[in-house]
Design a protein around this ligand. Structure first.
Ligand SMILES: C[S@@+](CC[C@H](N)C(=O)[O-])C[C@H]1O[C@@H](n2cnc3c(N)ncnc32)[C@H](O)[C@@H]1O
Length: 114
């Protein structure tokens, strides 16, 4: 039976991913900061700067993911001045230009039982 090996790395994913070879992973699941929605707990990135912050990291993820691999991005919009900021939509459009295929969307529904 194949042994499962797990490595836990601490650090900026941009630097960590650079240590892995091309076409290495079958699956990448990431839950990056929801812009600066949790700025008080782990910092964050302003919605207007998010796409520029994420794209170099996505480029590394694209490099280390096998061509047959799957990428799952857990992300959430942020309301700014009473409106949903479009950084998630902008990110999807830029990821497609990078070579990613946008194939599916899952909705995370949190039920609050009264
Ligand atoms: C939405 S939270 C997800 C946390 C985790 N999935 C969970 O369920 O607790 C985003 C996480 O990304 C981490 N993070 C922020 N910038 C990062 C970076 N450049 N590289 C790696 N992790 C980062 C934050 O510290 C935070 O823990």
């Amino acid at each position: 039976m194949q042994k499962i090996k797990s490595n836990i790395h601490f650090g900026d994913c941009l630097e960590i991913l650079a240590t892995y070879p091309d076409n290495f992973f079958d699956l990448i699941i990431t839950s990056p900061p929801y812009a600066d929605s949790r700025a008080n707990s782990y910092g964050g990135i302003k919605p207007d700067d998010y796409v520029a912050w994420f794209l170099p990291r996505a480029q590394q993820m694209l490099r280390v993911l096998k061509p047959t691999g799957t990428f799952i991005l857990n992300i959430k919009e942020k309301v700014v001045d009473g409106e949903r900021h479009t950084y998630v939509i902008e990110l999807i459009l830029e990821l497609r230009k990078q070579g990613w295929l946008w194939t599916e969307e899952f909705i995370w529904v949190r039920l609050v039982l009264a």
